[in-house]
Design a protein around this ligand. Sequence first.
Ligand code: MTE
Length: 362
Amino acid sequence: MPDTKRADMIVHEQEPYNAEPPRSALLDDLVTPVETFYSRNHGPVPRLDAGSWRLVVDGLVREPLSLSLDDLRTAFPEREVTATLQCAGARRADLLAVRDIPGEAPWGPGATSTARWSGVSLADVLARSGPATGAAHVGLEAPDRSPDLDQEVGYGGSIPLAKALSPEVLLAWAMNGQPLTPLHGAPVRVVVPGWIGARSVKWVQRVHVSAETSTNYYQDKAYRLLPVEADPTELVAGAGFALGPVALNCDLLSPPDGARVVAGTTTLRGYAYAGDDRSVVRVDVSTDGGRTWRQAALQQDDHGPWAWCHWRLDVALSAGRTEVVVRAWDSTGALQPRSPSDVWNPKGYVNNSWARAGLTVL
Ligand code: MTE
């Protein structure tokens, strides 16, 4: 286990390291401590030397660049953004209960965490380089390779130029005021607030401006929502659609499914989050399996538009079994889908169905 993580992480894989915190740990603070923040890796963590690290900016640009960490720090204004990262595989465990998804880890809600990221805006760097006519997408490339794939190149993906030019997209070197750890992408990673975690490329070394989306495996084959009948063992380039902005989601973080609670007042707590230009406006909680609903109090503490919110509601429970159901609404009036079977897909991404937990009240 990396020594930077808490001892009670739920480890899905030791090498490469894939782990999430226990769900209640996400409630300690709206800003997740680094030791608690989930980590998702497709290959061994590269150990890059900050002194010799360079960021190449090339492709459809008027002036290609090669920048050191010092260049980034001195030539561009430093910015800080509090942003939630959510892995597209978060809450897959509930999809696995619907139908098996071979080879994919049973991530819970803990594959969602929030940090204060500091660095420079990718937009400022792109402005220096000058996107040329025809530029429409920005490829982000890193050196790490998955041992399971015959990859010619490392991890990567792309975001549309319009998102890359939004000031919140960072080339970040610090997380919660501390230099990035190797596990989280040192010396520099991309942070794409409001988009699936997969686009926040760690250990970034190249920013490649192009007319097309990236042909990298993780853009062209993985992190795509495939039709239900697709064969996940024969991934076809361009099948389904590439995931981008994070879907409206929520979960109950305390008490957990299966818990025993004492009759009387119990506080239910959790998180809710909506990606890109949406925000969570309401969280409904039911303690009778979805027949009646009450609204939870939302806490966001002015962390800005890219951070999740926590929610809480005191409920009076009497002895017996209670089914808690939680659902969120976003600023477009969208409501989460009702059940995991509505959203099941062959790679098990984006389970944003209503959260459910059974409690025994003593
Ligand atoms: N970047 C690189 N280079 N390699 C990776 O395996 N994993 C991605 C993304 N960036 C990944 C990467 C995925 S799927 C997620 S969810 C986030 O990093 C996780 O970031 P974290 O480990 O800092 O929590």
